[in-house]
Design a protein around this ligand. Structure first.
Ligand SMILES: [Ca+2]
Length: 109
């Protein structure tokens, strides 16, 4: 096993093998981020609530593209599962335009 293979294994073990099985510390973080952005406390984050939250933390930014990426179900709201998927992708295989603003927004409160 090469050093790279070992590091890849450790990274996978660190964040779990799939979005459904991310470890408790990451689940706690995504749940906290969702709670902070979920203005009406119905368990999901609407595009309007997400936009308000991001613009409050980062005035002048356009959160529309990021919302579309995070809303993987395409149902017009961000769920806990959406954030688990985003967190898993963020750590394991971040695309060049990986959504990160929600992470910063979540930890900047
Ligand atoms: Ca909501």
């Amino acid at each position: 096993m090469s050093k790279e293979e070992m590091l890849a294994y450790v990274e996978k073990a660190f964040v779990g093998k799939a979005p459904e099985t991310i470890p408790a510390f990451l689940r706690e973080f995504t749940t906290q981020a969702l709670t902070i952005m979920d203005a009406d406390k119905d368990g999901t984050v609407s595009k309007a609530a997400f936009t308000r939250h991001v613009l409050t933390s980062f005035p002048g930014e356009d959160p529309a593209h990021e919302f579309t990426r995070l809303d993987r179900g395409g149902d017009g709201s961000i769920t806990a599962d959406d954030l688990h998927t985003a967190a898993f992708a963020f750590f394991t295989d971040p695309p060049p335009d990986c959504p990160a603003r929600w992470l910063r927004a979540g930890v900047s409160v």
